[in-house]
Write a protein that binds this ligand. Structure first.
Ligand code: FPP
Length: 255
């Protein structure tokens, strides 16, 4: 199916691994195993449909409070994904980035993550970002601190601060004009942002699905993009034509 409007940047909150497993009588880790198996197909489908940037919420700053055995499983799945899929990502011309508190990750995770990011850094196709130990409030607090430090050093003046300049201090700065998120998808029926890309998703559209992440197939991803495709984005402005049931002429309505 042809999509009249493809989001340039899609961000996904991959939620519900634990519930998916529990609902089938399996331990939570099994949901993470199945969930990590879903990533590859979604990356490929995003690329195929013409999405330019895909950001996946793999681990939040709050997830550190999970029990150690679960954390070990999550890190081991991330490492396995990177080891197993690196060649394919290279072939697909996918560039990989990581946003979040990378310095909190253990040495063994960084030893796999950093070379993978470096190896894929010359790729110019889909811009894939893993948000790991990521939290928007931390990102904004860090940006404020870095800007204040630059002011103290005389590199910046406080009066220079603007929306565009703040963007340069965020973890997503490297994405440039792709850093604004067009579509956020959240699986598992929860309808909240959970401290994910709050600044970047200021004008994003949202698609919430009841499906848990392990059940979120490439076909479901395409359906989410179809839903996006039918949305009218107004960015807080006025539209001159908006079809309202019962009215024959469009009126300027506020978003
Ligand atoms: C939410 O499910 C999911 C996570 C906390 C981690 C997401 C991780 C993966 C999909 C696997 C590894 C990632 C990559 C990129 C290979 P939950 O445990 O919060 O589920 P629940 O809300 O049902 O408990």
């Amino acid at each position: 199916m042809h999509l009249p409007q493809v989001p340039r940047h899609v961000a996904i909150i991959m939620d519900g691994n634990g519930r998916w497993a529990a609902g089938r009588g399996h331990p939570r880790f099994f949901g993470h195993v199945r969930g990590s198996g879903r990533v590859k197909g979604i990356v490929r489908e995003a690329d195929r449909l013409g999405v330019k940037a895909l950001t996946l919420f793999a681990f939040s700053t709050e997830n550190w409070s999970r029990p150690d055995p679960e954390l070990r499983i999550l890190w081991s799945l991330l490492k396995k994904f990177l080891q197993r899929e690196q060649e394919e990502l290279l072939r697909q011309n996918v560039r990989l980035r990581v946003i979040g508190e990378v310095d909190r990750l253990s040495v063994d995770v960084r030893q796999v993550l950093e070379p993978a990011v470096e190896r894929l850094s010359g790729n110019t196709g889909l811009q894939l970002t893993f948000a790991i130990s990521y939290g928007s409030r931390k990102e904004l607090a860090r940006a404020s601190r870095l800007f204040a430090e630059d002011c103290v050093r005389g590199i910046r003046r406080p009066g220079e601060m603007s929306e565009a300049l703040l963007g340069e201090y965020l973890w997503t700065a490297d994405l440039g004009d792709l850093s604004d998120v067009d579509l956020v998808i959240r699986t598992s029926g929860e309808q909240r942002m959970s401290n994910f890309l709050l600044w970047q998703a200021a004008y994003a559209e949202y698609v919430f699905t009841e499906l848990c992440w392990p059940d979120f197939t490439p076909d479901r991803f395409r359906e989410a993009l179809e839903a996006y495709s039918g949305r009218e984005r107004r960015f807080g402005g006025l539209v001159t034509r908006l079809s309202v049931p019962g009215e024959t002429s469009g009126k300027g309505l506020k978003a």
